[in-house]
Design a protein around this ligand. Structure first.
Ligand SMILES: Cc1ncc(COP(=O)(O)O)c(C=O)c1O
Length: 424
């Protein structure tokens, strides 16, 4: 007989299956065309990065490969510290502190930075890693505001000031967590307006924390991020830059004052109680930062911008096919305006069907379902990469059109490569 815990686990998994929210690990053949990953600059397959990386490893033949311990014990190195200085310089920050992942950095930061009784306000769409830290933190309240709504953020702040004397008197800090580019809708935060509001209403007690996970490498001069692009560096308390997306590495850095860095070294548990990043991981980050600093990723950024425009023009050609003729409902919604990022969110009632159709035609495209996104906003999320071609985009849009035609004809999806190939 299975132990009771396994029965409970099985019941939960069965429930997920019945709700169609069961998660599995998937792989795609290498020949598939990537319209899904966060490899926005296509650096993960860049020969330039690969050879620079191998050269960097070669330059340090005597370095131990493993870090062998926590940063606080034997896992530190001058290589890591120099890299942190370089990252801080690049993003125009006083200091940087590396973590093994963005998840560790965000969860570690939010768990320890707010002091007992402080308050955290967060955009309702901030990443799970920030929420994890918020849950662990000693804040007295955590309050969401409507996604990207400066007005709603103002409402939350004003209510707080009305109800909490210590906030009014500036004795309690209020941390505000936002992202510069949101990963599901691909929309940018109105960062300048948020900074102005927070400074006006909370003064020095309002501390903005900006997660630049998705904008690192693709926004701002040389990929320095949105905060740098807007010249807001000095007005932000802390920033997170992750290396696992456009930079094609692993790890993340928190930028802030030297005091914040020292504090995190002392209190951030995901930094203290873990083995530090190994030399090959640090070397990869160092090489990508060198490429960005030297302007060698600029052509990729420009190419990406050109592809965003191209994708949008192509998607617009689908407009005559977006309605289900049998029910007069919408089969899919093309973004009403050209996205300001490589992330295109195509909302629809049944994204799994379209994703399967595109996957059968050799595209990596994924459906995003609740609870990852709010109920009623399920979608196919298409991510563009500098390495995508116009032809890739045309073929993807053709596949979406064919799917729409099938739906309009009320033809049940027959699936399978053969059918899709015949249509294409
Ligand atoms: C906005 C945001 N922050 C943080 C993270 C975590 O970063 P990492 O993948 O390096 O753990 C992610 C990853 O998906 C993210 O999208």
């Amino acid at each position: 007989m299975a132990p009771p815990i396994e029965n409970k686990m099985r019941a939960l998994l069965d429930r997920r299956k019945s709700l169609s929210s069961f998660r599995t690990l998937t792989t795609f053949p290498p020949s598939s065309i990537d319209f899904s990953s966060n490899d926005f600059l296509s650096l993960s397959t860049s020969p330039l990065l690969r050879s620079a990386y191998l050269q960097e490893l070669h330059n340090y033949p005597n370095f131990r490969l493993g870090s062998t311990g926590s940063r606080l014990l034997d896992g530190n190195s001058t290589y890591a510290e120099d890299l942190e200085k370089e990252i801080a310089n690049f993003h125009n920050a006083e200091s940087a502190l590396l973590f093994n992942s963005g998840f560790d950095a965000n969860s570690g930061f939010f768990a320890c930075a707010p002091q007992p009784g402080d308050i955290i306000i967060y955009d309702e769409f901030v990443h799970a890693s920030a929420r994890e830290g918020i849950k662990l933190s000693r804040c007295s309240k955590n309050l969401p505001f409507r996604h990207n709504s400066v007005e709603d953020l103002k409402r939350v702040i004003l209510e707080l000031k009305r109800d909490d004397r210590e906030v009014r008197d500036g004795k309690r800090s209020v941390l505000i967590a936002v992202e510069s580019l949101y990963s599901m809708d691909g929309d940018l935060a109105p960062l300048e307006e948020i900074v102005n509001l927070v400074e006006r209403e909370l003064g020095r007690n309002g501390l903005l924390v900006v997660d630049e996970a998705h904008s690192t490498g693709i926004y701002g001069d040389h990929g320095r991020g949105v905060v740098c692009a807007l010249g807001l560096e000095k007005r932000i308390f802390a920033r997170l830059h992750t290396c696992g997306k456009a930079l094609a590495c692993n790890g993340a850095a928190i930028l802030g004052s030297s005091l914040v860095r020292e504090y995190l070294i002392n209190y951030a548990r995901p930094l203290i109680y873990t083995t530090a990043m190994s030399f090959p991981s640090l070397a990869a980050i160092k090489v990508v930062y060198s490429l960005m600093r030297e302007g060698r990723t600029e052509a990729l950024r420009f190419r990406l911008n050109e592809l965003i425009e191209y994708m949008y023009t192509q998607l617009k050609t689908l407009e005559p096919y977006t309605e289900d003729l049998t029910t007069s409902t919408s089969l899919l919604q093309i973004p009403p305006e050209m996205p300001s990022s490589p992330i295109f969110s195509i909302l629809m009632p049944d994204p799994r069907s379209l994703a399967r159709h595109c996957q059968a035609a050799d595209f990596v495209v994924r459906p995003i379902m609740p609870p990852t996104v709010p109920e009623g906003t399920q979608r196919v999320r298409v991510c563009l990469h500098a390495g995508n071609t116009h032809e890739d985009i045309e073929r993807l849009v053709a596949a979406i059109k064919d799917w729409s035609l099938l739906q309009r004809r009320g033809v049940k999806e027959r699936g399978g490569e053969e059918f899709v190939k015949a249509v294409l």
